[in-house]
Design a protein around this ligand. Structure first.
Ligand SMILES: C[S@@+](CC[C@H](N)C(=O)[O-])C[C@H]1O[C@@H](n2cnc3c(N)ncnc32)[C@H](O)[C@@H]1O
Ligand SMILES: Nc1nc2[nH]cc(C(=O)O)c2c(=O)[nH]1
Ligand code: SF4
Ligand SMILES: [Mg+2]
Length: 245
């Protein structure tokens, strides 16, 4: 590997195995590598400790080797799916980690909002694109989103996952899905009680989230939107806002 490719990765936390709580791989045993830093700042982000630069002293610059040692230790050296999340993992040099893991039989999924495209997306097994609806306060750059899809080049399985809080978000999700009719679409009710970044176990309003889930099921069925899958954040139902699960 050349010196230029040995760039370090900003890591907020590495944890697991747990089960994937969201979207296309829900229920699957997974180790998470959560990178630090994000080009977005969603109003309801549930992972601000990996976004807000006030918390960067808790992030570690790690080499691919160091991350790999920790992933394999947690996995007990049994290959499994590694989810790369964040923050926005797309702004970190993760290509060499994916190469390394693939040589040992591990699989890689990446969660990103679709704002930054990287050529190594083509090496992933699963790419989850989660464009942000109006309630986030962010604006979607659809050119950047399309660049992410082009980078994936139909190699990884790609899924669309949209968090929905209200009617405007729902319409945004419908429009996003209509732009990409070939992608499987997952709708996720928003958690309106995300943890503040310095509290890893703040109270969560599960009843409120379930009300939103029921509302979403009603919307999808009333609209005869039969391609959409509606799923809650399973890890939030199981463990609330706890970090590292
Ligand atoms: C924390 S983000 C990290 C990866 C990437 N930055 C992204 O947003 O896709 C992982 C997933 O959690 C979702 N998420 C964040 N805050 C949430 C909340 N309050 N309720 C429901 N889902 C949330 C995001 O939309 C995204 O799909
Ligand atoms: N169990 C579990 N599933 C998840 N799916 C997406 C997560 C994330 O924060 O990116 C996440 C997480 O933090 N934990
Ligand atoms: S893009 Fe993801 S990590 Fe970044 S602020 Fe939004 S939800 Fe949080
Ligand atoms: Mg999360």
């Amino acid at each position: 590997m050349t010196a230029a490719r040995e760039r370090h990765i900003r890591v907020s936390e590495i944890f697991g195995p747990t089960i994937q709580g969201e979207g296309i791989l829900i229920g699957l045993p997974t180790v998470f590598v959560r990178t630090g830093g994000c080009d977005y700042r969603c109003s309801w982000c549930d992972t601000l400790h990996a976004v807000d630069s006030d918390y960067r002293d808790q992030w570690r610059l790690m080499s691919t080797d160091e991350i790999w040692q920790e992933v394999t230790r947690l996995a007990g050296n049994r290959p499994l799916t590694v989810s790369l999340s964040g923050g926005n993992p797309a702004i970190q040099p993760l290509g060499p980690l994916i190469e390394r893991g693939h040589r040992e039989g591990y699989r890689f999924a990446l969660e990103t909002q679709g704002s930054v495209a990287k050529d190594w997306f083509a090496d992933l097994d699963v790419l989850v694109l989660s464009p942000k609806p109006p309630s986030s306060g962010m604006e979607t750059d659809w050119d950047a989103f399309d660049a992410c899809l082009r980078m994936a080049a139909e190699k990884p399985q790609v899924a669309l996952k949209v968090v929905v809080f209200d009617d405007r978000d729902y319409l945004y999700a419908r429009a996003a899905a209509a732009r990409h009719p070939d992608l499987p679409v997952y709708l996720q009710p928003g958690n309106h009680t995300p943890p503040p970044p310095d509290d890893d176990d703040a109270k969560v309003d599960v009843d409120g989230i379930m009300d939103r889930m029921l509302w979403l099921v009603d919307k999808v069925t009333a609209d005869r939107w039969f391609e959409a899958r509606v799923l809650p954040q399973l890890h939030v139902l199981l463990w609330g806002n706890k970090r590292g699960v």
